[in-house]
Design a protein around this ligand. Structure first.
Ligand code: NAD
Ligand code: GLY
Length: 359
C-alpha cells in the first residue's frame, strides 16, 4: 500500500492507494476519527461489484451502514438528484458526524461530494474512487459539483474529503475502453510535471494495459502525488491549478463540437497533441519530445488527430472556453515533457492550422 498526503493545514488528508483496500475501509475510517453511522452513495453497477465488500468492511468495525443508490450517468449530477439524496439522508437519520462515502467514478464522487458539502452545512466526505480518472484526479483536491442545464460543474464548492481510499483492484472490472480513455489523464500528469513518469509509462505500457497491479499502483501513486502537489499550491484554482487542464481547452471544444461522440479522454489526447504542436511551432517544444508524446498517446490506443468534425464549431467552442479572460484564450503548453507553462499568447489561427494537421 502507498500513501499520499494532501497537505492543506487543518484540511489535510491521506490518499491510500493499493490492493485490497476496500476490505480495510472500516479501520481507515476509524483512524480518521469517524464512527457510528455511515452512508454509502453509489450507482447500481458499482454497488453490484463492490457494495457488499465495502458494507461488510464498515460493519465489521461497528459502523451502522446505509447505501443510497443513484442511476448511472452524468445526467445524475443534478440539483434534482442532490435534492432526492438529502431526503433519503434524513430518512436514514444521517447526522452532522455521519460520513458519506462516495463509491464510484467521478460522477458519483462529484455528486456525493456536493451532497456531503451541503447536507446539514457539511458532513464528513470519504472518496472511494473506482475508475482510473477518479483515482488520479476527481477524488483528490476537493472540487465537488453538479451540472446545471447544459453547463457542467456549474454549481459546486471546494470541499476536501477526510480521506481517499483508492483500491487498485477495482480497476480490474473497468471496461477496457474506459481505462484507455482515462489513461489520457495519467499521460497528462507525466507531461505537466514528471518526465520520469512519462518514461515509466513508455516502458510499462504493456503491463498497464494488461492491468498489472504493480504498474497500476505506480501510475496512480505518482499521478495522485502530482495532483496533491498542485492542489497544495493552489487549493481554490486561482493560478497554478490551471496546468491540470493541459489538453482540455481543445479537448472540451472537440467533445462539444462532436456532440460528445468523441469521448473525454480521446478529446484530451487530441488536445494534448495540439498544444504540443502549437508549442513546437512557436519554437519552444523540441521535435523529439513532440514525437515521443504522439507515439505514447498512439500506443495507449488514443487518437492524435481530430476526427471529422466541423472545425468552425471547434474554434467557436474554444472562444467560449471557461478560461477565456478579456477575450484571450488561456492555453497550457508543454515546454518539454515534464514541464508546462500557462499562456494567453496563442493565435487561434495557429491552433486551427495544427488541428488541420499542418505541423
Ligand atoms: P463515471 O463516473 O461516469 O464512470 C464511468 C463508468 O464506469 C460508469 O458507467 C460507472 O458506473 C462505471 N464504473 C465505475 N467504476 C467501475 C468499476 N470499478 N468497474 C466497472 N465499472 C465501473 O466517469 P469518470 O470518468 O470516472 O468521471 C467523469 C466525471 O468526473 C465527470 O462528471 C467529470 O466532470 C468529473 N471530474 C471531476 C473532477 C474533479 O476534480 N472533481 C476532475 C475530473 C473529472
Ligand atoms: N481536474 C482539475 C482540477 O481538479 O482542478
Amino acid at each position: 500500500m502507498k500513501k499520499v498526503l494532501v497537505a492543506l493545514g487543518s484540511n489535510s488528508y491521506n490518499v491510500y492507494i493499493g490492493q485490497g483496500l476496500l476490505r480495510q475501509a472500516g479501520s481507515r475510517l476509524k483512524e480518521a476519527g469517524l464512527s457510528g453511522r455511515a452512508v454509502i452513495i453509489t450507482n447500481p453497477v458499482v454497488k453490484g461489484l463492490y457494495g457488499d465488500i465495502l458494507t461488510r468492511a464498515l460493519s465489521r468495525e461497528g459502523f451502522n451502514v446505509s447505501a443510497l443508490l443513484v442511476p448511472d450517468g452524468e445526467e445524475q449530477k443534478s440539483l434534482e438528484t442532490a435534492g432526492r439524496l438529502y431526503t433519503e439522508l434524513t430518512a436514514v437519520y444521517a447526522e452532522r458526524t455521519t460520513p458519506i462515502l462516495a463509491l464510484g467514478g467521478g460522477v458519483i464522487g462529484d455528486l456525493a461530494g456536493f451532497v456531503a458539502a451541503t447536507y446539514l452545512r457539511g458532513v464528513p466526505l470519504v472518496q472511494v474512487p473506482t475508475t482510473l480518472l477518479a483515482q488520479v484526479d476527481s477524488s483528490i483536491g476537493g472540487k465537488v459539483a453538479v451540472d446545471h442545464g447544459k453547463l457542467k460543474n456549474m454549481v459546486g464548492a471546494f470541499y476536501q474529503p477526510r480521506l481517499v481510499i483508492a483500491d487498485i483492484d477495482t480497476l480490474k472490472t473497468l471496461p477496457a475502453a474506459i481505462l484507455t480513455e482515462e489513461l489520457a489523464e495519467v499521460i497528462k500528469y507525466a507531461v505537466i510535471r514528471d518526465r520520469e513518469l512519462f518514461a515509466y509509462i513508455e516502458r510499462e505500457m504493456g503491463r498497464i494495459k494488461s492491468l498489472d497491479e504493480e504498474a497500476l499502483e505506480e501510475i496512480v501513486f505518482r499521478s495522485a502525488g502530482i495532483k496533491a502537489g498542485v492542489v497544495e499550491q493552489d487549493e481554490t484554482d486561482l493560478g497554478l491549478r490551471a496546468i491540470l487542464n493541459y489538453g482540455h481547452t481543445v479537448g472540451h471544444a472537440i467533445e462539444s463540437a462532436s456532440d460528445f461522440r468523441v469521448g473525454h479522454g480521446a478529446a484530451v489526447a487530441i488536445g494534448m497533441v495540439a498544444a504540443a504542436r502549437v508549442s513546437h511551432r512557436q519554437g519552444i517544444l523540441g521535435r523529439d519530445d513532440l514525437l515521443r508524446l504522439k507515439s505514447l498517446i498512439e500506443r495507449a490506443g488514443l487518437p492524435t488527430n481530430v476526427p471529422p468534425v466541423d472545425m468552425g464549431k471547434v474554434i467557436e467552442a474554444i472562444r467560449h472556453d471557461k478560461k477565456v479572460r478579456g477575450g484571450r484564450v488561456t492555453f497550457i503548453l508543454p515546454r518539454s515533457i515534464g514541464e508546462v507553462f500557462i499562456t494567453d499568447e496563442v493565435e487561434l489561427a495557429l491552433v486551427e492550422q495544427v488541428l488541420a494537421g499542418q505541423e
